[in-house]
Design a protein around this ligand. Sequence first.
Ligand code: FHN
Length: 613
Amino acid sequence: MRKIKNNLILHFCLIVLVSSCSITRNKKTNENTSSVEINLKNAIPVNSKEAYLKRMQWWQDAKYGMFIHWGLYSSLGGEYKGEMTPRIAEWIQNTMKIPLVEYKRLMKDFTAEKFNADEWVSIAKAAGMKYIVLTSKHHEGFALFDSKVSDYNVMNTPYGKDVVKELKEACAKQGMRFGLYYSHLMDWEHPHAYTGEGKMKRRINTLDFNADEMDRSIYLKEKSFPQLREILTNYGKIDLIWYDMGAGLNVDEIEEFVDITRELQPEIIISSRIGLLPVPKTIDNNMLFDYITTSDNYFTGDDLSMPWEMPGTTNSSWGYRKDDHEWRGAKLILSSLIASASRNGNYLLNVGPMANGEIPSEPIKNLKIVGNWLHKNGEAIYDTKGSSFPWNYNWGYITEKPQNIYLHILNWPNTNTIELNGLLTNIDHVSLLEKGTKLKHVQKGRFLTIDLTGVNKDDLATVLVVHYKDSLLQIDPTISQSLNNTIRLDRVSSIYNKEEALSTWKFKVETPGNYKIQVISNEKGKHENPEWRGSQQIGHIEVAGKTIPLELKRDEEKVNPTLFFYKEIRSNVGEIKFPKKGVYELKLNGFEINAEKHTKEFGLNRIELIPVK
Ligand code: FHN
């Protein structure tokens, strides 16, 4: 795991529960705890910490990958018997209750006559992506590879060739890292596959199989483990294994998956959705996964305690869906990539090819636009580390390399100036990344102000490089007013006490006066049906000797700049007077601010204190 160089900054310690991925913070106790305790002692040794850091390096430098969901569902495109499925397209068998015998007939439609592995890899390359992850078997149970374990595979379709082999070879030719998704627990074709344990034991496919007669060990022994051996043996080096929806596996079962994986591919990287596990307290040789997969299309904006990746869609489904033309535009894709990189995360962006092997043209177009941007500005994304600044800025996000701070301007400021608040290190110069043009700037106290006059704005993102010569980047960790006097209290810079549902910020006020208080939060929940938890919260703010009861309203909403499906909601909550200069404290009481997607808590983004004119 990378270390933030600046030791002036509080290094947040996060409690992260992965898979269904509930992420909460507890800086008060500064301990990693979890409601699911497992004995990590019995886990499979993964060499040493050094080996871990080494095998993670390419992935952490890569930042951006292509996810590909392709299977029998692709031929339906979300439609069954003239009706569109209300849910994600690759779940159609389950959602529309298609009997297995009938579903299996879709094999005859898997023609893939336009599939060209080299072309797919070229599309990913042109998009600036550095790795590809293909669904070798999704929940439907159909394998895209030549499996001796089950006939339910691509060799028995009109296409009749091993897709995993072809894509792996094309990746090797073009220098693209290659990973495989494998649905290890969920399988709607096998009579003994089920999720959960005890009371939670649940067969997903109750249509074709008797709900009471199931023994997962049979499924694991007959299909999942042997197929895993096939994909990890028959195609040379596999760089990454993307397990999914492993919640319900017990530790012994998870360990067996890890055991097989590491035995056959010692340098492979394993995703956290292998099972519901706590994040390891230290990076060492007892880990059962290598990085955290956040919820689909959602990340909290926090810097997690381990490397992480957000999987995202280009429209609303993973598998091809013919009626969904609401494609995520280039600016949104790039904003998500930049915001993830800025907090040490990767972005794995999906495309869903049709059964004929063609990837829809619209996402390719958008990916290409981002690829062109990366071609010019990739220095500020690849091989970088996240921001050392413990807050965010209204103009955009930060990434870093030694001696360079990259400022990604996503919102062009009306004032034509960019301000970097909190920087103490003396800087050498500021330039435009693309052209190298030096820019006028003033550094005074904790403020670096950069003049953008005459700079040609890039509508996607303009990148500035702040160059410094010192070996250490020094930052003043006290939150303070920006030059326009606004005070930004970000979720990432709060001290949060979960038990008391209390978030606290300390900040410096230089300009006394009256300030409006606004709470900015994100919608959460299922992307088909996002919810806003603001109106369900009852609490109050304490600041400058005043208690302000909070009843949040949806006063303003806008497209969230980094989360496609989830709006950003602004609520006016009142005014406060800061009578004199000094350090103040703001307490947000009664709000559980876990911003994870599937929890009932509030998705706090930030509080803004805006001077009343
Ligand atoms: O159920 C799957 C879904 O179909 C898709 O594969 C995503 C990708 O992250 N994973 C599961 C849901 O989280």
